[in-house]
Design a protein. Structure first.
Length: 361
């Protein structure tokens, strides 16, 4: 029997400035969806009767409202899975909030709409009253807890493992299209290609080796995979976090250093000295209330994110990613005297002298 599969929405390919060196482009592809380390990801569940989608009813020809609200048992499964990821000791943390305007991740339970999530920072592009994650079937059924772990993996920036070019999978493509066109998925050929047959760029996959045990791997029934030969009879990952999954997120989101962030004083630049995927954290305590610019200088691609501390917890304010352009990243944001802010700078790559710095002015 065909499993129910996660279905990611098709996104346009990223556009970078032409002529970028291969190493620089690879760093941008690999890091563009990843959060800066130390981010607190706030999540909420849709909980109002009015929260939902309006869809056509084939029986009456009219439209009807379908709720995004899930029951307590469904929500508890998702909460437990957030906790399982966090228990790995990673540098990200997850906090449930009731106010959707405070949540980077907004979770619905629309049955029949499939299970899916935005990938990493793509969640920030979604409107406050829209879902960044959906569960389309009962997570309390046997074997379905892995669905919640899988979608949270996407929210952390992970992609589908079977689409890794390192997998060496040779598909019976027409058999795959036919299998996914039927129940329970009813996918179009375009959706099947995007989520299964399409190969990812080697520079953006979860690791340099295919992990068939990954939580990001789909199960496949017999006859869909022709090569490797051992999977002709089917591929059945356990639906749990593999050792490679754990290693990947720990590498991208290592535990916070014992030493706290350095102070970033207005009009005083600080050298960064960061390698690829390196990060530096700073505290800003503005001497006056006004609009400030926080930006980088030098021969490097970076993302700059500004958080405001509220009750000792960093809340996302604004960010700028130079995205491989000739310009450095710079955030213009209003800072209030008496409040404390955290600036996180994560570097994708450097070139030339490799000398970079950050400043607030």
């Amino acid at each position: 029997m065909t499993a129910r599969f996660c279905s990611l929405a098709q996104q346009p390919a990223p556009a970078f400035a032409p002529g970028l060196a291969a190493e620089r482009l690879g760093a941008l592809l690999g890091g563009r969806r990843m959060w800066v380390n130390g981010t607190v990801l706030h999540y909420c569940f849709f909980d109002r009767d009015s929260d939902g989608s309006v869809i056509p009813d084939p029986e009456t020809g009219r439209t009807r409202h379908v709720s995004w609200v899930g029951g307590k048992k469904q929500r508890d499964v998702v909460r437990e899975c957030f906790q399982e990821w966090q228990n790995l000791g990673i540098g990200l943390s997850f906090v449930e909030v009731s106010d959707r305007s405070e949540a980077e991740l907004r979770i619905g339970f629309q049955l029949g709409d499939g299970s899916w999530s935005t990938v990493g920072k793509d969640a920030l592009r979604v409107g406050l009253n829209e879902r960044t994650m959906n569960f389309g079937w009962d997570l309390t059924e046997p074997g379905e807890r892995g669905t919640a772990l899988h979608e949270i993996g996407h929210a952390l920036g992970m992609l589908h493992e079977h689409q890794s070019p390192f997998a060496g999978i040779h598909w019976d493509e027409e058999a795959v299209y036919a299998d996914l066109a039927g129940p329970p998925n009813f996918w179009s050929r375009d959706r099947t290609f995007f989520n299964i047959l399409r190969k990812l760029d080697p520079r953006e996959v979860n690791g340099s080796v295919w992990d068939p045990q990954s939580i990001m791997e789909y199960p496949f029934s017999a006859g869909l995979i022709l090569e490797p030969e051992q999977f002709r009879a089917g591929l059945n990952p356990p639906g749990a976090l593999s050792e490679a999954d754990k290693e990947f997120v720990r590498r991208w989101y290592p535990p916070a250093a014992a030493r706290g962030p350095a102070e970033l004083v207005p009009f005083r630049s600080v050298p960064l000295r960061l390698g690829r995927a390196g990060q530096a954290d700073f505290v800003v305590e503005p001497p006056e209330t006004r609009a400030y610019t926080v930006g980088t200088f030098g021969d490097g691609d970076a993302v700059v994110v500004v958080f405001e501390e509220r009750d000792g917890e960093p809340r996302y304010l604004s960010a700028q990613d130079d995205g491989g352009t000739p310009h450095n990243a710079a955030v213009r944001v209003r800072l209030v005297k008496g409040r404390r802010y955290v600036v996180r700078v994560r570097q994708y790559s450097s070139w030339g002298s490799g000398q970079t710095a950050v400043m607030c002015w």
